[in-house]
Design a protein around this ligand. Structure first.
Ligand code: ATP
Ligand code: MG
Length: 137
């Protein structure tokens, strides 16, 4: 079984949608094997999104991700990385397929409700930023 890292972003916690999003995750056959609600610091958000630091939206992204609580999670399942990306839908909700989390819940390309790792290497790094082995059951 594969693991991926997920974040329910501040627009999800602000609208009290964490249970609704988790229901979609679980209905897709992904198991939530670790979960914690946190307030991300600017430093944590900058580290997490370091790959995007030259992008024009980096400042906006960091300020959004620290604008309220997030729920960080580890999801486990067969092909969990690809499966979760499919369940999330396109980055821009205008392009997201019916039934996806972003189609149902996202407000914009920035406030797009969820994050999911894009490859095994990034999943491992992202999980390690927020969870230790003992937290994942
Ligand atoms: P994520 O990495 O959050 O799972 P993604 O892989 O679909 O999303 P990326 O291209 O990695 O998208 O961008 C990371 C995040 O940066 C997006 O989820 C979104 O919140 C934000 N973002 C991307 N493009 C834009 C943009 N043009 N304007 C504002 N925010 C953006
Ligand atoms: Mg990404």
């Amino acid at each position: 079984l594969e693991r991926t890292f997920s974040i329910l972003k501040p627009d999800a916690t602000a609208r009290n949608l964490t249970g609704a999003v988790n229901a979609v995750i679980e209905a897709a056959g992904l198991r939530i094997v670790a979960q914690r609600r946190i307030q991300m610091t600017t430093k944590q958000a900058e580290t997490f999104y370091a790959v995007h630091k030259e992008r024009p939206f980096f400042g906006e992204l960091v300020s959004f991700m620290t604008s309220g609580p997030v729920v960080v999670q580890v999801l486990e399942g067969e092909n969990a990385i690809a499966k979760y990306r499919e369940v999330m839908g396109a980055t821009n909700p205008a392009n997201a397929a019916d039934g996806t989390i972003r189609k149902q819940f996202a407000l914009s390309v920035g406030e797009n409700t969820v994050h999911g790792s894009d490859a095994p290497e990034t999943a491992a790094v992202e999980i390690a930023q927020f969870f230790s082995g003992n937290d994942i059951v």
